[in-house]
Design a binder for this molecule. Sequence first.
Ligand code: BTN
Length: 260
Amino acid sequence: MQALRTRRFGRESLFFEEVDSTNRWLLENEELFHLSGATVVADHQTAGRGRHGRQWHDTPGKSLLFSVLIRPEAKGAPLELLSLMAGTAVAQTIGRIDRHFFEKLKVKWPNDVLIDDHKVAGILIESISAGTKFCAAIGIGVNLRQNDDELPKATRWPASSLQLLSSISISREGLLAEILAELETAYDLFQEGRTAELIESWSSLSLPLGTELAVESGDRVSKGTYSGIGTEGQLLLKGSDGIIHGIHSGEILWREACDE
Ligand code: BTN
């Protein structure tokens, strides 16, 4: 892989012109790789997986689609934090491409990357465990070169692509190498248990505290005031009763007035 400046991430890599899902492939073939960082990239996925059982559609050659295998050693480190970690790594990398991106960039809990409130990247972490063995695939999809009519329409959050939002030409391979470098550094922090630093980096790119949110979790929608991120990566929402509730899994539906 061109321009790779990592020690492990992406050093073992495979490229598919077409595969059903890079996450599925990597987890089913994880025994081929011994270390963290093996990377599978695809030009097109025929059954790309999104969060909450949704499909992640792509137009061949227009996105950056890849999965990275990790084998966490840190006992007791909350894996939900991996989602925040990956979102931050992708957002920070995208933010360096174009200074206009940086000004308009946000992460949306748990791990969407938005520019100007349009989703440009999504992350899906899937894992397998058997006995003492545990590994996870960090799956990342970045909308790179889609035109308006190639982007999904029926999504809860409008989508856009980096090319639609910037006049700078972005190399897919270069972007991949940069995200892998950022991800490797963040994963080292995760392994060292420096999770407060990961939460701080994520929070600096997130909504202001005090934003009114509606969050869907299973068949329940909770409304409240955004009150930060807990030590396990859970969203802290203050309800009208003044009590702060931690939400471990769910999706932000909308936000209202900001109380900066
Ligand atoms: C989301 O719903 O926002 C998460 C989308 C994650 C898509 C990526 S593309 C590469 C990897 N392989 C998959 O099947 N999904 C993830």
